[in-house]
Design a protein around this ligand. Sequence first.
Ligand SMILES: [Zn+2]
Length: 330
Amino acid sequence: MKTGFSYFGVRRPEHVRRDMAEMASEGANRVLHTWSEDDLSYYRDTMGEIVRVSRSEGLEVYVNSWGVGRVFGGEALSELVAKNPGSNQVLSTGEAMPAICPNHPAFQDYMDGWIDAVCATDVETVFWDEPHFYFRKGRGGEWACRCAVCRSLFREWTGHDMPAVADGEVSKFRQDRLLGLLGRWSHRVRKAGKRNCICLLPDHFDAGLPDWASVAALPGVDELACDPYWEESHGEDHVRGEYALYASRLVELCSRHRLEPQMWMKLYRIKAGTEHFAPLAAELSFQAGIRNLMAWSWRSSEWLSWLRSDDPAKAHSSMVRAFADLRARA
Ligand SMILES: [Zn+2]
């Protein structure tokens, strides 16, 4: 059984080694290292070393495309739009957004380089983290992207102009474009001898990939993951409902497409008194048949103050105990 945590924010390999040893001593056998644009520009060799020391401490390694282009999830900043003027996504409202358009050639070139750098390390699996078109939380009706590149591609594909109000054709266009990219990236990773895991956002985000079955059917994919995290206002019933729903969806799709399902537990911004939510989410995922369980992030995000939990030590130890219990039952 696979269990582990994401890890970020430390780029001194000897310090990372100590943390990896501690993570392994807690029973984890997987770690996910974030690899942002900053990492690619300035920490490339260091990242290779961080992956190496993690493996030498007994952990297999995932690497994710953290916040790259703001096309993927994560807190990392992106400078791709600034470096490629005119490449930004445009909302249906006409507003320019601080995220590069996934259909822009500059992004596709960048991602080829990102993949080659990551796959030159001892990484086991590349984690495609919440690929999505830009959206603003709580803003229904608006969508991206209506940039010049997207409008031109849409016209080529349909023979008419892209509407400002989303319809079935726009939805299919967005899905097809993201699928095409995931297919291209997965192929490149496989050719380098590494594995692919695609992590999809839950349905209530307008990400552009509503049809999970078509993602599961992509050649070159090894794992399909989801992270149906709760908000601070949500109660236990919400956690139960969401994790039961998405765990069974993952298990069904993965068994049909011979993939491995992976579930992520929320381990950041854990409010005091709700430290049992992440163990509950892990239990529900385990009951559904998932044997690949990860938590975001190690030590409950104690040193990323934006995400820090009320009592990081308590939230973390609850997760460690729950993982140990599940490994013993697997
Ligand atoms: Zn666009």
